[in-house]
Write a protein that binds this ligand. Sequence first.
Ligand code: SF4
Length: 271
Amino acid sequence: MRIKVATHSGFCFGVKRAINIAEKNLADPRYKNKIYSLGAIIHNPQVVDDLSKKGLKVIKDISSAKKGAVIISSHGAPIETIEKIKAMGLKLIDASCPFVKYAHDIVKRLKREGYRVLIIGDKKHPEVKALLSLAGKGGNKAKIGVVSQTTQNKGNYIKEVLDILKEDFKEVRVFNTICNDTSRRQTLARRLLKDRDVVIVVGGRNSANTKRLWQICKESGASSFHIETPGELKKSYFRGKSRAGIVSGASTPDSMVKKVAQKIKNLTKEG
Ligand code: SF4
């Protein structure tokens, strides 16, 4: 089996940054056993487990944090949550990705200038919840600004939305807030799909950007599978195939990609 790994894989800049911030603070004696993360700091269960072993407490509700510090994940958090953390006297450690912050800044500016704001993304995702909290309701009925979740599929964005909005609004402003890392991974996945006869997508099932990669693979009609760990790979995935490709989500460590490549080698060597 010939295996090709997408030339851009492993953690993205924002995920690396969030993990570094978490590890640095977990090593700080002032916060020993007192560091909370509101939801998963990144969307990769194996990485979150490792951080939990180092003392990070993952909580669903901010009321569960009694004292110490709260880390805001790479996806950001709603404005109400941030205010509550401050009001509770907890230290706020902001690990939001700068690309996410950039989308925040655009939404704030649109609000200031009186635009209605339309957000394209998964409304249950923490990043979109944070954007919605900034966008609020209302705004001028004649003008609208559009931003998207940083990990949206480039192909799905803009085209159809613009046509619909142009009918109802005099002024439509569209911002491409898809982050560079996401665009690059999607482009490489499309390229890999063309010269591989099976593609494995590696990443958390709760990871938005991994889900988009998987969606691109499925839509291409190529043989492809989404896994979180090498243990999920099956020999049948590679039957009758000779060229496998691997793409990974932004919160998948390089070490996991290497393990997946090794497992494919082992499975296909056995005949
Ligand atoms: S995928 Fe993009 S927006 Fe999300 S954390 Fe990584 S660099 Fe930031």
